[in-house]
Design a protein around this ligand. Structure first.
Ligand code: PEP
Ligand code: MG
Length: 304
């Protein structure tokens, strides 16, 4: 499940979720009038980890900026915030805020089975390494303070910038897992503001470059034998699930409200049919051709 608020965990667990694929940490930062302390963050993340028990928990580091501004931080107003000092750039720029968050996450994960930390908006291998070094520094800090912490979290990259597509195989060798953020990947691939109604028609998940990029990302992860999850909105849309399965994806993380429909849809997908369908979609270079293929797939299901 994708979780924004701790109150959503219950629904996810009631629906037999296998883990948290994305916990967005922005909320405690957005609802306060100043930065939450390490202790305040620790308590939130600890509750998340405690409630999930033995199930895996993936915590995303602060994805602030863009439309999610922190009004109490001066100088954050930007003319073009989606292209600004957001997300991992913000964290690496405000290193003490980043280290505080990492210490809180590592402490909260002490003793749990599988803790995963994912960095948003990774644009380069170098940036991923910087983020990983920050985790190592946070561990050294905690060890010095003799505080318990998770010693070996899996460290992953959100794949949501076109910049990493041409280095995706090398990135797959560095990261422990990929989490595909289709919401931003589509926005940045197609140059369409995901919140702007006026250009909503240009936000095309079925664009051939989107589908081919997704296939490349999934296959890079499969080749490197690392886990890959899709956690953007596209992952719960019934018309794209056969494509994802056919492209090799096996893990979906969705808003708890979509869990049931995704579970119901997935059990009816045949892997061999999905593979042939994905291949047909990937071979098609036009929007029109892809839409026709999607319509015929939907028609087939209805006829069944
Ligand atoms: C995404 O970009 O697809 C994603 C999952 O992250 P967010 O929607 O929080 O940017
Ligand atoms: Mg995103």
């Amino acid at each position: 499940a994708n979780i924004n608020l701790l109150s959503e965990i219950k629904l996810a667990k009631d629906l037999n979720v296998q883990g948290i694929g994305l916990y967005r940490t922005e909320f405690p930062f957005l609802v306060r009038s100043n930065l939450p302390s390490e202790e305040e963050q620790y308590l939130v993340y600890k509750r998340l980890c405690d409630e999930m028990g033995d199930l895996e928990v993936t915590i995303r580091t602060l994805d602030i900026g863009g439309e999610k501004l922190l009004p109490y931080l001066e100088g954050t107003k930007e003319a073009n915030p989606e292209l600004g000092l957001r997300s991992i750039r913000f964290s690496l720029h405000h290193r003490e805020v980043f280290l505080q968050q990492l210490r809180a996450i590592l402490r909260a994960g002490a003793g749990i089975g599988k803790l995963k930390i994912v960095f948003p908006m990774i644009s380069a291998i170098d940036e991923f390494r910087q983020a990983r070094h920050a985790v190592e520094e946070a561990m050294v800090d905690l060890a010095r303070k003799k505080l318990p912490f998770h010693p070996s979290p899996a460290l992953g990259a959100m794949i949501e910038l076109p910049a990493v597509l041409d280095i995706i195989h090398e990135l797959a060798k560095e990261a422990d897992f990929f989490s595909i953020g289709t919401n931003d990947l589509i926005q940045y691939l197609l140059a369409v503001d995901r919140t702007n109604e006026r250009v909503a028609a240009y936000y095309q998940p079925y664009h051939p470059s989107v589908l081919r990029s997704l296939h490349r990302i999934i296959q890079a992860a499969v080749t490197a034998e690392i886990e890959v999850t899709v956690c953007g909105e596209m992952g719960h849309e019934p018309e794209f699930m056969p494509f994802f399965i056919g492209a090799g994806l096996r893990t979906f993380s969705v808003d708890p409200h979509f869990l049931r429909s995704v579970q119901e849809k997935i059990v009816n997908i045949s892997v061999s049919q999905a593979t042939a369908y994905a291949q047909a979609l990937l071979a098609e270079p036009t929007l029109e051709g892809i839409q026709a293929l999607i319509r015929s797939q939907k028609g087939r299901k209805t006829a069944d």
